[in-house]
Design a protein around this ligand. Sequence first.
Ligand code: UDP
Length: 245
Amino acid sequence: MSDPENSQNPKYKRVVLKLSGESLARAGERGISMEEVADISRQINQAQQLGCEIAIVCGGGNILRGAQFKEKNVSIQEATAHYMGMLATVINALALQDALEALGAQTRVMSAIRMDGVAEPYIRRRAKRHLEKGRVVIIAAGIGSPFVTTDTAAAQRALELEADILLKATRVDGVYSEDPEKNPHAVFYPELSFETVRDQGLQVMDSTAITHCMENKMPILVFNYKINGNIERAVQGETLGTYIG
Ligand code: UDP
């Protein structure tokens, strides 16, 4: 819970933080590493204590992505696989919830697919109320519909929750001309327009998410969460990562 005594008036008062499923796993591995979950939760908790309202949209790629089943396995329809992917995000959300609460944060998991035993249904007005009360809202099951990713869900929720910015946490420092893990000479971009991202097909988020943010003027900050303190720096508006606006 944010402590008014410690509140430092962060630049962004309300953020949606997109965490991919892989941020909850060890590099190159699948599944959940509670060490990784604890590590990222600590950073989120510190950022929240600055007085920033945080809604997290969890990915599920560490467990399953619907597109994996495209044309590969006739016995699982692709739509079914997308629902399985959404359920994977709920598993991740529950892991994050316990890790955050172990640090003293108050949290609510809100799921776009009703699952009353483990999560509240996602209701926009209720989510805003939780944020206002200083609870970290963990948004699970994306938007509840197949054939999209949690990037799109993050863009959608950032808009409807009237976030100041969408924070996209990644394992690299921001957006590059090419994948920096494959080409060490890739050029880093500290700032980009949505049009450039779209026209050059830069790998930031999926195209639906980019279009959503571009059309509704929702800025995105892509940054490296592996550098300790970067989530706090991001909410304080320090220069880091790639700002897209
Ligand atoms: N998914 C979906 N609808 C949503 C959000 C997610 O169908 O609104 C499915 C989709 O199959 C996706 C999977 O859930 O691949 C896991 O999410 P994502 O791939 O975005 O996770 P990340 O790559 O961020 O770990």
